[in-house]
Design a protein around this ligand. Sequence first.
Ligand SMILES: Cc1cc2nc3c(=O)[nH]c(=O)nc-3n(C[C@H](O)[C@H](O)[C@H](O)COP(=O)(O)OP(=O)(O)OC[C@H]3O[C@@H](n4cnc5c(N)ncnc54)[C@H](O)[C@@H]3O)c2cc1C
Length: 215
Amino acid sequence: MQEEGIEGKTRSILISGASIAGPVLAYWLNRYGCKVTVVERAPAVRSGGYPIDIRGTAMDVVDRMGLLTAVQAAHTESRTLRFVDAQGKDIATISPYDLAANEERDVELPRGALTTLFYDLTKDSAVRYQFNDSIETLEDIQAKVEVGFKSGEHGSYDVVIGTDGLHSNTRRLVFGPEEPFRRDLGFTCNLFSMPKILSFHTGRSSIPNLDERQR
Ligand SMILES: Cc1cc2nc3c(=O)[nH]c(=O)nc-3n(C[C@H](O)[C@H](O)[C@H](O)COP(=O)(O)OP(=O)(O)OC[C@H]3O[C@@H](n4cnc5c(N)ncnc54)[C@H](O)[C@@H]3O)c2cc1C
């Protein structure tokens, strides 16, 4: 459904990055009458990623986008978060429900599942997705931004928005290299998936039949 445009004008918007922020913004801007293009450097919406939580106000946004039932169906229902040292010894164990603002309503789902929901909601609307491409040049010319793409295409937009992640290409093009703005906090995080071999009992884990599996 498209609602009336802002001040009666059709504004053209370019969004860089089709992950979470990009398609959500595209949905709302399209709904309020803007002409939206989303450029994504990957050949399709990227499906991988770790589970992320949707809490509080974000659940209201998802609800207003008509996706409440779909995100609830994708809820992973993690039981325990365990932090271990280099020897695999527990440092801390946390129930995800202790972190939830509203245990009944908040959900956790794989990042790729969420991205796909947002993309599916917008792909058949007036939002135009331009995959396999990236912004190469940005130039303010009067009230417009002239954009040159890696593919050789050119476009003219009222607004360009960067939703291209931590090391944003859009931010680099506007503000320069990220190094002066970045402060390394000295933490490293590694996430991966593994087969479900653990069984959980009231927040603690055990590995049944381990000897059998090692044979
Ligand atoms: C362990 C962990 C847990 C987290 N949990 C939560 C949570 O519970 N709740 C929460 O809200 N957030 C959580 N986050 C953060 C969340 O995952 C990110 O904030 C979110 O993915 C950012 O979305 P985004 O759309 O801004 O950017 P990204 O997901 O980083 O996507 C950027 C997109 O831009 C594209 N792109 C990059 N460069 C270019 C380019 N040059 N041209 C075109 N496209 C480009 C990329 O391919 C990608 O599709 C968590 C993060 C981690 C690491």
